[in-house]
Design a protein around this ligand. Structure first.
Ligand SMILES: Cc1cc2nc3c(=O)[nH]c(=O)nc-3n(C[C@H](O)[C@H](O)[C@H](O)COP(=O)(O)O)c2cc1C
Length: 191
């Protein structure tokens, strides 16, 4: 017998069961051009001494071109206070709005010892070197990165753990469901 409350979810909505993993901002630069887009489809692929991440970058995005050209990108965690900014950089493309970062008040700084732009106001940053996988990139828009540097805002992440409960609510990370609706990271539960 199936458990109580066990209800079918249509396959075309099934991704939403996983989609409240943290939404990220993807940043990259090449040839003096810096860009940032939103991505909900980002994931950890490996940890330990060889951490890796994946992110889906649609062929239509300007950011993907910069990642492919430079071989580097960053994933970073925007906060509740940045939900509107996240939607805006995830709606406008730099192909149509070349000054989209200026327009939406996105400020960047450079990751230590790299040329990779990072977005101010986020609470976690992963600088990544692209692991070229042309088949995955072309067929699935799936990009893999070796994490070469990681940083976090120590008001919310320290000693290897998130501490959202001790910090301003606006610093909680956000998790996109659909249509600009986000869930906010909740309370800590020790399992
Ligand atoms: C919350 C949110 C999540 C998104 N997730 C993704 C994603 O995982 N992959 C992707 O290719 N585009 C995603 N997008 C769309 C891109 O961010 C969007 O196409 C953006 O305008 C690309 O910007 P660019 O062309 O300037 O790089 C998302 C948009 C939003 C608002």
């Amino acid at each position: 017998m199936l458990p109580a409350h066990f209800k079918h979810v249509p396959l075309d909505k099934s991704y939403r069961l996983m989609n409240h993993g943290p939404t990220v901002l993807v940043s990259a630069q090449h040839g003096g051009v810096t860009n940032v887009m939103a991505a909900a489809w980002a994931c950890v692929l490996d940890y330990g001494n060889t951490p890796k991440v994946t992110v889906v970058l649609d062929k239509a995005t300007r950011t993907r071109e910069l990642v492919e050209a430079s071989g580097f990108f960053a994933l970073q965690l925007p906060t509740k206070a940045m939900a509107t900014l996240t939607c805006r950089v995830g709606s406008d493309s730099a192909k149509d709005v070349p000054d989209k970062l200026l327009k939406h008040g996105v400020k960047t700084f450079t990751a230590p010892d790299t040329d990779i732009p990072l977005v101010e106001g986020c609470v976690g940053w992963l600088a990544c070197r692209l692991v070229p996988e042309p088949h995955n990139q072309q067929t699935y828009d799936l990009f893999i990165g070796d994490v070469i540097g990681a940083w976090a805002d120590d008001r919310v992440f320290r000693d290897g753990h998130w501490h959202f409960d001790d910090a301003p609510d606006d610093l909680r990370t956000i998790h996109h469901v659909a249509g600009g609706q986000f869930l906010v990271t909740g309370e800590v539960v020790q399992g």
